[in-house]
Design a protein around this ligand. Structure first.
Ligand SMILES: CC(=O)SCCNC(=O)CCNC(=O)[C@H](O)C(C)(C)COP(=O)(O)OP(=O)(O)OC[C@H]1O[C@@H](n2cnc3c(N)ncnc32)[C@H](O)[C@@H]1OP(=O)(O)O
Ligand SMILES: CC(=O)C(=O)O
Length: 524
């Protein structure tokens, strides 16, 4: 087989789908395949046709519905069963009929598995590999082989494990991926085994699971030892602790090791694609995921910020733009002047050194009382504006608020809030009813302000989190409320803290409305 360059092989739709809680429809699988293709991935394993109707359907629909620009599809399946001809095995037939140009066969390479799981002889296992590979090759398909449990098999019986590789290569498999199926390997011991496998002359690939937290490191070690085909899953999805995170592997090889795996422009789309895939899989994105996580370039420590102010490279291993991510400053009690100055710049403000110092002091003081600004960007921006202008400026002021919670004779519980506000020279009294006190307060404030500020109609309260914090400085426990609000173009979070949960909610609500009005262009 002519050398077709280094392979990046994705198995999200097969091994990734083996993750607990991940369940993809055929339409989801087609959508993920399109995202991976847009990233420039070379091979996409679509599933195991014949094993379940969904995967069979995926390959049928892929023929007409997938217009892949970069990737080739691979169908995954097992070697023929013991004692059966490859041509007569129905699961092998499904691979043949999948229409995929490539078949990836999983084969046993661990003597104990052959004897205990397949319940056949070592010779028959080699025959199963030889027959199935040659049969599919004769049918015009390219064959890759996943040598299951290769590393554990090598420890148990190295000559047999290597014989599996030779047999597959001689029968026409163009790549043999060494699988760390149980995910128990560490990079140093894996390297030696990969060297021996490369020594057989077969083209070697690598497929690692993350049970030791080393799947990416093991993949890179295998490449250093001569593997030229890497397998993994989007966002590290996979059975148990997951598979090697293919996005991390690709970014590491391309940005650190000089491999030319995907177009630079596509690499710059990696963060967007990683998140788009989480939308399809409905798995909460891991904010700490290397390269593409929202926290991957988020800086909290004051000392880091002060160095970043001089040169971002001092605390970043790459320019986040290379993978389509952004640097973010987090403001908290670990901030220093540089942190708030950079955060201010991010928000479009230039702070003087006195203003930065005052703002840091206010942040540290408020955080010591339970506020949290890294989770409440909008509250931080309001605090920054107050600091810059030297006074607390709001679109409205509050004379008073009151909430009544009533259990009615029928058993339903209704909350009623009354607010008395001053805005644009008017005194406004409004009452709102809701299913809880905060809902009632929210309705009352809107009712009071919507006539003066009609834009509030699109502002919605979308999340409300309450946390009871231990008392500090000898005080009783206090309540922290975080509110997330949204309008047509985005969302923002605000924080309130008080011993009384309704007062804490009110503070967060009042800031949420104020910030919503600023977003709508109402300056104060
Ligand atoms: C390491 C990996 O992740 S490999 C991928 C694993 N993925 C999956 O298992 C998901 C899809 N699997 C399935 O849908 C089903 O397991 C099927 C359709 C493949 C097989 O289903 P069943 O026929 O009901 O059998 P079962 O699931 O119990 O599997 C055991 C059979 O597979 C055989 N088998 C196991 N591994 C292999 C192999 N590498 N090559 C050939 N046969 C194998 C066993 O010998 C056993 O055969 P037997 O029934 O003749 O004794
Ligand atoms: C084939 C495969 O997924 C494994 O051995 O882990």
């Amino acid at each position: 087989m002519a050398d077709d360059g280094f392979h990046v092989y994705d198995t999200t739709l097969r091994d990734g789908a083996q993750q607990e809680g991940l369940n993809l429809t055929v339409a989801d699988k087609l959508a993920v395949a399109r995202h991976l293709d847009a990233l420039g991935i070379g091979f996409i394993e679509g599933g195991w046709p014949g094993a379940n109707p969904k995967d069979t359907e995926f390959f049928r629909r892929a023929r007409t519905e997938l217009d892949l620009k970069h990737a080739q599809l691979a169908a995954f399946g097992a070697t023929r069963r013991a004692g059966v001809k490859a041509a007569d095995d129905p699961l092998v037939a499904a691979l043949r009929e999948s229409g995929a140009p490539i078949v990836t066969l999983v084969a046993k390479s661990h003597d104990r598995h052959v004897e205990l799981a397949l319940r056949t002889t070592l010779e028959e296992n080699l025959a199963m590999i030889r027959d199935t590979v040659s049969h599919l090759r004769a049918e015009g398909q390219r064959v890759f082989l996943d040598a299951e449990h290769f590393f554990d098999g090598y420890k148990s019986n190295p000559s047999y494990a290597l014989e599996v590789l030779r047999t597959a290569a001689e029968a026409g498999a163009s790549v043999i991926a060494l699988c760390d199926t149980n995910g128990g390997m560490l990079p140093d011991e894996l390297t030696d085994v990969v060297h021996d496998a490369v020594g057989t002359g077969a083209r070697i690939g690598i497929h690692c699971h993350d049970d030791t937290g080393c799947a990416v490191a093991n993949t890179l070690a295998a490449v250093a030892a001569g593997a030229t085909h890497v397998q993994g899953c989007a966002n590290g999805y996979g059975e148990r602790s997951g598979n090697a995170n293919l996005f991390t592997v690709v970014a590491n090889l391309q940005l650190k090791k000089g491999f030319d795996l995907v177009p630079a422009q596509s690499l710059g789309d990696m963060t967007r694609i990683a998140h788009a895939i989480t939308e399809v899989t409905n798995v909460t994105p891991n904010s700490h995921q290397p390269y593409v996580g929202t926290s991957a370039f988020a800086h909290k420590a004051g000392l880091h910020a002060s160095a970043i102010k001089v040169d971002p490279n001092l605390y970043q291993h790459i320019d986040p733009a290379e993978v389509g991510n952004d640097m973010r400053m987090l403001v908290s009690d670990m901030a220093g002047r540089a942190s708030v100055e950079l955060k201010g710049r991010e928000l479009g403000y230039r702070l003087t050194s006195d203003q930065s110092r005052e703002l840091v002091d206010r942040v540290k003081d408020l955080e010591s009382r339970g506020h949290t600004f890294e989770a409440a960007d909008a509250s931080f921006e309001l605090l920054l504006r107050d600091t810059v202008s030297g006074e607390r400026k709001r679109h409205f002021s509050v004379e008073s608020w009151r909430v009544i919670v009533e259990r009615r004779p029928a058993g339903d519980i209704v909350s009623e809030a009354t607010v008395k506000l001053h805005a644009k020279g008017e005194r406004i009294v409004a009452t709102g009813e809701g299913n809880g006190p905060v809902n009632a307060l929210d309705k009352a404030v809107r009712l009071a302000l919507e006539q003066l500020y009609p834009e509030l109609a699109v502002v919605q309260l979308i999340d409300f989190k309450v946390r009871i914090l231990e008392g500090t400085l000898g005080t009783d426990a206090v309540t922290r409320v975080l509110i997330t609000s949204s309008d047509a173009t985005g969302d923002w979070a605000t924080v309130g803290v008080d011993e009384n949960i309704i007062e804490a909610s009110w503070q967060a609500l009042e800031q949420a409305v104020t910030y919503g009005l600023l977003r709508a262009g109402h300056t104060v």
